[in-house]
Design a protein around this ligand. Structure first.
Ligand SMILES: Cc1ncc(COP(=O)(O)OP(=O)(O)O)c(N)n1
Ligand SMILES: Cc1ncsc1CCOP(=O)(O)O
Ligand SMILES: [Mg+2]
Length: 231
């Protein structure tokens, strides 16, 4: 079955070489997937294309080695060129995550095909109206946030006046209620946020630093997965 019809957003790792305090990103991906993370996004604002292709290949091999290729989705942030090059080299990469100022989702769909996963960051202002009315014909899920301000992406949630607008739990519950697509929420997410986030009904949480910056990424990942599943 194509991953597009079968992906699980519940525990979603976003990671790149600049997030790992000098440790290999591949090792942290392996630990998170072993702990039960269900979705991996390769995201780097500093790596060159070749490094991104290599990390995407390594992530796909890690997921395959744990026999999870049919259950753990792998996407690349922003870089349609990297997804195409990785696929051309035989790497099993499921799709792409794009934001409001990135390559449009319909172009991603055109080049990646009907089986690819295309994730879209939901617009910060007027979030609830946006997800209700936006063209979802070629999008598979929404990424929303930030739940808290975050040093990983200081511009997340910035409004025209430069203030960071975070999402309340009530807004996220409403977002879940009105969204035609599954929603994953991130931005400063920590273990303590998960029970309230789960109660909103959203399909999952995404994290960078809670895993990639943790002293013990496996233990951190296991804790998040356990809390989400038992909340
Ligand atoms: C799952 C998920 N949700 C949101 C984002 C943010 O995407 P974007 O707004 O394009 O910002 P960058 O990540 O490209 O800086 C995401 N990456 N993943
Ligand atoms: C990619 C992204 N999009 C919105 S916030 C964010 C970064 C979240 O990072 P962290 O989990 O370290 O706060
Ligand atoms: Mg982007």
């Amino acid at each position: 079955m194509s991953m597009r019809k079968n992906f699980d957003l519940s525990a979603y790792l976003v990671i790149g070489p600049e997030n790992t305090n000098g440790r290999p990103a591949a090792r942290i991906i392996a630990e998170a997937v072993r702990a039960g993370f269900t979705f991996v996004q390769i995201r780097s604002k500093t790596a060159e294309a070749r490094e991104l292709i290599d990390l995407t290949r390594a992530a796909a091999e890690i997921i395959a080695a744990q026999e999870k290729s049919e259950r753990v989705a792998l996407v690349v942030n922003d870089r349609l060129d990297v997804v195409l090059a990785a696929r051309d080299a035989g790497v099993k990469v499921g799709g792409i995550h794009v934001g409001q100022s990135d390559i449009p989702p319909e172009i991603c769909r055109k080049y990646l095909g009907a089986d690819a996963i295309v994730g879209l960051s939901a617009r910060t202002s007027a979030l609830i109206d946006y997800v209700r009315t936006c063209d979802t014909s070629c999008v598979d899920y929404f990424g929303a946030g930030p739940l808290h301000p975050t040093a990983t992406k200081p511009d997340a949630g910035r409004d025209a006046a430069g203030h960071v607008v975070t999402r309340t739990i009530e807004e996220l519950a409403e977002l879940h209620r009105v969204s035609p697509l599954p929603v994953v929420v991130g931005g400063g997410v920590k273990a303590a946020d998960l029970p309230a986030l789960r109660a909103t009904g959203v399909e999952g949480f995404f994290v960078v630093s809670t895993i990639a910056g943790a002293a013990h990424p496996f233990a951190a990942a296991e804790e998040l997965v356990h809390i989400w599943r038992s909340a």
